[in-house]
Design a protein around this ligand. Structure first.
Ligand SMILES: [Zn+2]
Length: 409
């Protein structure tokens, strides 16, 4: 497939929010984001698609099939970015979908099901500390109070930002997608990791999207003078924390065959002075995977170990589970269809988990959904250096085209 058109579209949209040496910044519902979204609407209208926006600002662009009563085949992603982001995260999926629809027009391909592009609002959590807002709205997994409680650094709530852009956050429930309206959803995305590149594989077919269990462990020992307090009298909260941190890593390693990972990402030490035995420590632990049982084994092992260490060291502790989400398994039949299309196109493929969250995980809760990865150079993403090889762009476009056609025909 010729990729010139896709590259032209990517070049055009990625001028918006771009700064030399800084990358692309299109924070959710910002001026730049809105301008980029207007450009998407123009691209769609130029093709002849019928465009609308829902109550939370998701963009919908529809190409009718020969039978308007059939459920639609949905395809899409997002165009908002992290600060100083790259050219492809999300944007690839949207631009490739528009290009696929352009080809369907150009080749006058007949399809029975309507094809609907959806551009999800506020996928990135950078501005409002909540991710995949648009797809959560479709899945009915948002509330007005939640929109009001998430605020950006300037104190503007997601609710107010939506109002400011002319959307209708109070009519949130009108954005819910009735499952009978759509047959399937397909998202093309860069991998944002380096598995495909390392193994020299063209296409990643995501089998499940990982979910995190996050916990905070508070350890309370006894603050003491680092010179005057003898070793045997100490109740050192940081030394206890060290043993717990190692057990997080060890248990993550034990479960890595189930694709589970465990990280202690942050540690706060009080009072945090070089000459004071630490009296209080907070650990922040993130356990992720696609196998809930495996994740729970890590969680329980860490809790058991914390209890043991604290008993031995006479440390008090509290454990708070901050969030516990379930991994989302994607549709096997759709995966099979994508594999068939790969074989037909002569592309190599691999089933893989996605460690990062995507809009697909919300949509998969209501209709069959597929997430397709192409390799990105060095696995670098959420970074201005995000890069994709030309042949991978071409492969991504081809597999998206085949998949949409096979679903919609
Ligand atoms: Zn993304």
């Amino acid at each position: 497939m010729v990729v010139d058109g896709l590259i032209r579209r990517l070049d055009a949209i990625n001028q918006i929010g771009y700064k030399e040496n800084e990358g692309i910044t299109r924070l959710a519902l910002s001026e730049e984001d809105e301008r980029a979204r207007d450009m998407v609407i123009r691209m769609c209208e130029d093709l002849g698609l019928k465009v609308r926006k829902d109550a939370v600002g998701n963009i919908w662009a529809r190409k009718e099939g020969t039978d308007p009563n059939l459920p639609s085949v949905m395809v899409g992603s997002h165009i908002d970015t992290v600060p100083n982001g790259g050219r492809y995260d999300g944007t690839l999926g949207v631009m490739a979908a528009i290009e696929v629809i352009h080809w369907i027009y150009k080749k006058e391909i007949c399809h029975r099901h309507p094809i609907e592009l959806v551009v999800f609002v506020a996928e990135e959590s950078s501005r409002f500390n909540i991710a995949t807002v648009g797809s959560k709205a479709l899945a009915g997994n948002l509330s007005v109070s939640k929109l009001k409680s998430h605020k950006d650094a300037n104190g503007i709530s997601l609710y107010d930002a939506l109002l400011q852009r002319g959307y209708e956050p109070d009519r949130l429930e009108t954005a819910i997608l009735p499952p009978e309206k759509a047959k399937a959803f397909v998202e093309l995305h860069i991998e944002q990791g380096s598995v495909l590149e390392k193994e020299n594989i063209d296409i990643g077919i995501v089998e499940a999207i990982a979910a995190p269990i996050r916990l905070q462990i508070q350890l309370i020992g006894q603050e003491a003078h680092s010179g005057a307090c003898p070793m045997e009298d100490r109740r050192d909260a940081l030394s206890a924390a060290a043993e717990i941190i190692l057990s997080v890593e060890e248990n993550g390693r034990k479960e890595s065959k189930h694709k589970t990972v465990a990280t202690t990402g942050n540690c706060k030490v009080f009072p945090g002075a070089m000459n004071v035995v630490p009296g209080e420590v907070y650990l922040y632990i993130d356990i992720r995977g696609i196998d809930l049982q495996s994740m729970l084994r890590v969680l329980n092992a860490v809790i058991d170990h914390t209890e043991k260490v604290c008993k031995k060291r006479d440390i008090q502790y509290t454990i708070e589970v901050l969030s516990q989400e379930r991994p989302v398994l994607l549709d096997r039949d759709l995966m099979e269809q994508v594999k068939q299309n790969c074989r037909r196109l002569g592309l190599t493929y691999k089933e893989m988990p996605s460690g990062a969250g995507h809009d697909t995980m919300n949509i998969a809760k209501i209709i069959p959904a597929a997430l397709i990865f192409i390799p990105c150079v060095g696995g670098i993403s959420h970074n201005k250096k995000e890069e994709v090889h030309l042949k991978d762009l071409e492969n991504g476009l081809s597999i998206l085209f085949e998949t949409i056609i096979s679903l919609a025909k």
